[in-house]
Design a protein around this ligand. Structure first.
Ligand SMILES: [Zn+2]
Ligand SMILES: [Zn+2]
Length: 227
């Protein structure tokens, strides 16, 4: 009996958040899944959290409509997803992306299906420093899970930019002007893939460039949105 029990343990997975046992094929236990910072009511365009009886769009999207059509955010950028994304980026643990993509699969499957996924590119020097581009790895996982082509070479970042999180929204937009370039044919309906959306300046500039090159609709799928 003990032998059998011990053998069964070989099939347990460890929850990536609490390290408890998971009895399903997933890597997030039911308790942690319930406690994740799921977004409630959000702006239909930029996914900014809104109070319950707010209009469909946030004030910013009404005043300055962004270049992208619709952002879909899996979670809010709060504990424990913030720690998880920091671990991926600062401590070089990209393995978490596969678990998060698995979690995101159902959510993004319910969104309008695009012709292709395009990850937000990094400047080659920054990518060399980190060793990987988390958006690109995430796009690979989602493309595989949802059977959507991933076009990594269509959008490139030609200029290295200052770290965006230290800048105001206006400064971010100025900082990003002209840093993306398109290559080759751009599909009609594109989804940009990024790990986190903060002010949306990056997604806005990337969408602007893609639309200039012929994209009719540009949505964005992100793992987490800052509240
Ligand atoms: Zn757990
Ligand atoms: Zn908005």
């Amino acid at each position: 009996m003990t032998f059998l029990y011990e053998n069964c343990c070989l099939f347990y997975k460890q929850c990536i958040f609490c390290h408890g046992r998971c009895y399903s094929a997933e890597s997030i236990c039911p308790g942690c899944r319930v406690d994740l910072p799921w977004p409630g009511s959000t702006c239909q365009r930029c996914a900014l959290p809104l109070s319950l009886n707010s209009p469909a769009l946030c004030a910013d999207c009404i005043k300055h409509p962004p270049s992208f059509d619709q952002v879909s955010a899996l979670l809010l950028y709060k504990f424990p997803i913030d720690h998880c994304i920091q671990r991926i980026k600062s401590r070089g643990q990209p393995g978490y992306l596969g678990h998060l993509a698995q979690l995101a699969k159902q959510h993004f499957q319910d969104q309008p299906r695009p012709d292709c996924l395009i990850p937000i590119p990094m400047h080659w020097l920054s990518q060399q420093r980190r060793g990987f581009n988390q958006s690109s790895l995430l796009a690979d996982c989602l493309g595989k899970l949802l059977n959507i082509p991933v076009h990594k070479d269509r959008l490139i970042k030609t200029t290295a930019t200052e770290q965006q999180h230290r800048l105001s929204k206006a400064a971010r937009q100025k900082n990003l002007k002209g840093v993306f370039q398109c290559r080759g044919n751009i599909s009609s309906h594109v989804v940009l893939i990024d790990d986190v959306m903060t002010t949306g300046a990056t997604l806005n500039e990337a969408s602007r460039v893609l639309k200039q090159q012929g994209a009719q609709r540009v949505d964005a799928w992100v793992l987490a949105r800052t509240p």
